[in-house]
Design a protein around this ligand. Structure first.
Ligand code: FAD
Ligand code: NAP
Length: 338
């Protein structure tokens, strides 16, 4: 029997840690739970939202409707001559999944080590780090549609993966729950070492010809050193996305600000480091009531204790305004605001 609870605190279920209540909340561990939860919501006319590990959600007020907390676990693998196809239940912990595959000797997820969250949320914003996006290993997923009760299969072409986006973050937001994701990993590693931090870490480890495990260890080590641990200080990772601008805009910007870190993309656009822009505007380490900007990574907003969502949004808007005034660039939020 499904245990639907009422007026449940959600703050501790998110890494930012701002307090809010869910009108109704339920933990689902399998498909039958999900069907029953959705039937309950339909019966009462409630909107539904899925919560994974809450590492990319900022709570700004109580949440009406039903919050479906995803604990759907599963791992099933199928190995062919060169590839491994692994179907993960969407409630699997992402980093545990990465660690498991790396220790099996399978390659493809290693650059994405230590990203918090569930497997089911990974396609949502097409998670990425150190030059790799989940899209590069994605094979297919299954999503349960709340309105029709249908389970539909999505291959990569259906997902419209882009830079920290997908159809699940846009058109299908809050309309489906991703229930499983299948990744295709390789027995024949194609390693990505294009990011300076990874190269420097490998050099510090005296590794010249890295293995999949070496890259994984290097990423874990850099991330542990550089990024704020949500268990110690509340945060949701990068609060904003790195802006991607046209090459003409980039040339004009670089004429005025020649030191902006910028990365030309394959399609001719140019990605600009948002953290650098924020830092140049003097925000690194700044405080705003109980929240603030992290003192080592200006792209991360933090909860110093007791911050409420509205004051975090106020800080974010102040940052957006000053970056727009100084550089003429509009920063777009990456975090999902509830
Ligand atoms: P949640 O925060 O619970 O949910 C995020 C959104 O996805 C919500 O809108 C939710 O409704 C929706 N959602 C969740 N699960 C499902 C599902 N099964 N079906 C449909 N919708 C769903 N992100 C990166 O891309 N790269 C990084 O390197 C990275 N580093 C981070 C470092 C830190 C310290 C932190 C705190 C965050 C970081 N993130 C990073 C952001 C975050 O980890 C990812 O976005 C992650 O995929 C979120 O997973 P989650 O389970 O916590 O999702
Ligand atoms: P970093 O290495 O200091 O680099 C700053 C920014 O420059 C990054 O955002 C990155 O863009 C870009 N960059 C750096 N080297 C690049 C290269 N060789 N080619 C293209 N772009 C390059 O960044 P960091 O803050 O320490 O984070 C390291 C990695 O973890 C990044 O990939 C970042 O996206 C990821 N991360 C993401 C989150 C999140 O919440 N989304 C949180 C923490 C870390 P990209 O962001 O596009 O890679």
């Amino acid at each position: 029997m499904l245990n639907i609870r009422h007026h449940i605190g959600l703050g501790e279920l998110t890494t930012f840690g701002c307090s809010a209540l869910a009108e109704h909340a339920v933990v689902v561990t399998n498909f039958q739970d999900l069907q029953e939860a959705v039937a309950f919501a339909h019966d009462k006319g409630l909107a539904m939202r899925v919560l994974g590990s809450g590492s990319n959600v900022l709570l700004t007020g109580d949440v009406s409707g039903l919050v479906i907390i995803n604990h759907m676990h599963q791992r099933a693998e199928c190995v062919d001559r060169r590839d491994v196809h692994i179907r993960f239940g969407s409630g699997e912990n992402w980093h545990d999944a990465v660690t498991w595959t790396v220790h099996k000797g399978w390659s493809g997820m290693e650059n994405l080590a230590l990203i918090p969250g569930t497997v089911g949320a990974a396609p949502m914003q097409n998670i990425g780090a150190y030059g790799v996006e989940q899209a590069s290993i994605f094979e297919e997923l299954e999503a349960f549609h709340f309105d029709s009760g249908e389970i539909r299969k999505y291959v990569a072409a259906d997902c419209d993966f882009g830079y920290r986006t997908s159809v699940f973050k846009r058109e299908l937001r809050d309309k489906v729950m991703i229930t499983s994701v299948t990744y295709r990993l390789s027995l024949d590693p194609k390693l990505v070492t294009s990011y300076r931090d990874v190269q420097e870490e490998l050099a510090a480890m005296s590794i010249i010809e890295p293995t999949t495990l070496d890259i994984y260890n290097a990423v874990v080590s850099v991330r542990t050193r550089k990024l704020p641990d949500p268990r110690i200080i509340g945060n949701a990772g990068s609060f904003f996305m790195n802006p991607v601008i046209t090459s003409e805009q980039a040339s004009q910007l670089l004429e005025k600000h020649p030191t902006i870190p910028n990365y030309p993309q394959a399609d001719g656009t140019v990605k600009v480091a948002a953290g650098w822009l924020i830092e140049q505007c003097g925000w690194k380490g700044a405080r705003h009531g109980s929240c603030g900007v992290h003192d080592r990574q200006a792209l991360v907003l933090v909860n110093h204790g007791g911050a409420v969502g509205s004051e975090v949004l106020e800080l974010a808007e102040n940052i957006q305004r000053s970056v727009a005034d100084t550089f003429g660039i509009t920063l777009v939020r990456e975090v999902n605001v509830w």
